[in-house]
Design a binder for this molecule. Structure first.
Ligand code: AMP
Length: 290
């Protein structure tokens, strides 16, 4: 079957900009929606793409495994790379253009010599930032670079990476970046596990117990409804997680949904966030209560 649009692939900023310039002549005021990804696309990404497709005249997906956001002992080298399949998903979803640059195209000099975006400490010294030093600098830097390279009017991010979404919203506000940020709710498997490109690395048994993370979050939300204190709610949920074999909890916290400040009593809007290693696979999840 012929796809609805012929998805173009750009590997350089120049070739993308040439396309955008022509488009702007043909269609003045045309607005691009961007979905930034690291590839290994799944239904979570597809949901972001569909949202962009509904709201924007042109949809661009970037596929770039960003070395700057990986620590020296993290999984940059073994992060899944499935470009042909990703392109099929983009074609089927009616994506106009895929931006798939090389590391050299994005970072013309060694990473340590690059100008970086440093988000405020109070957003990144906790949660994932405490376990992944430098991660959010890498995220903020690549997102700002993608915005300047690709010039979208709107960009779509998953709530699945809640701290990332918060950091990006703050960057856009603080640096007057003219891009509208849309957060999209987390897409889950039927048993509650949040979709993630890293789920493919779970063994059969790990996959079976992985939904326990989401259940722990639910348990905290339920406790909040019966007016429990945050500390007790979190401790009860943690003790459930300690029973799961091969699971090491990194954090389970309740934060203000806007500032990410830790809360001692439940005050909406709040977010319950968890990160854990299941075997060798690092999983994160959260529930936002508005
Ligand atoms: P990644 O390729 O993992 O960097 O993710 C690219 C974008 O997709 C990010 O904005 C993620 O938050 C979003 N995303 C990943 N998994 C999900 C999910 N299960 N539900 C919604 N958005 C997601």
């Amino acid at each position: 079957m012929k796809p609805a649009v012929d998805t173009l692939v750009f590997e350089t900023v120049q070739s993308y900009r040439d396309w955008l310039s022509k488009l702007r002549v043909q269609q003045p005021g045309v607005e691009v929606g961007l979905v930034p990804t690291m590839g290994a696309l799944h239904e979570g990404h597809a949901t972001l793409i569909r949202r962009a497709r509904q709201e924007c005249q042109r949809v661009v997906v970037s596929i770039f495994v960003n070395p700057m956001q990986f620590g020296p002992n993290e999984d940059f080298d073994r992060y899944p790379r499935t470009f042909p399949n990703d392109l099929e998903i983009c074609r089927a979803a009616g994506v106009d253009a895929v931006f798939h640059p090389s590391v050299q195209e994005v970072y013309a000099r060694p990473l340590e010599e690059m100008t970086k975006v440093i988000p405020p400490n109070e957003l990144i010294d906790k949660l994932c930032g405490a376990f992944r030093p430098g991660h959010f600098e890498g995220v903020a830097t690549i997102v700002l670079k993608l915005f300047t390279m690709l010039q979208p009017a709107v960009a779509y991010f998953g709530e699945k990476d809640y701290q990332q979404l918060t950091v990006i919203r703050r960057m856009v506000e603080d640096l007057n970046v003219p891009v509208k940020i849309i957060g999209v709710p987390t897409v889950r498997e039927a048993d509650g596990l949040a979709l993630s490109s890293r789920n493919v690395y779970l063994t059969g048994t790990e996959r079976e117990v992985a939904p326990k993370l989401q259940q722990a979050l639910q348990q905290v939300v339920q406790a909040s409804e019966s007016r429990a204190a945050v500390k007790q709610a979190v401790e009860a949920a943690r003790s459930e997680l300690y029973k799961v074999p091969n699971l090491t909890v990194q954090y389970l916290e309740v934060c203000d949904a806007n500032s990410l400040q830790f809360l001692e009593s439940f005050r909406k809007p709040f977010v319950v966030l968890v990160a854990a290693k299941l075997g060798n696979v690092r999983l994160i999840d959260n529930i936002v209560v508005r």
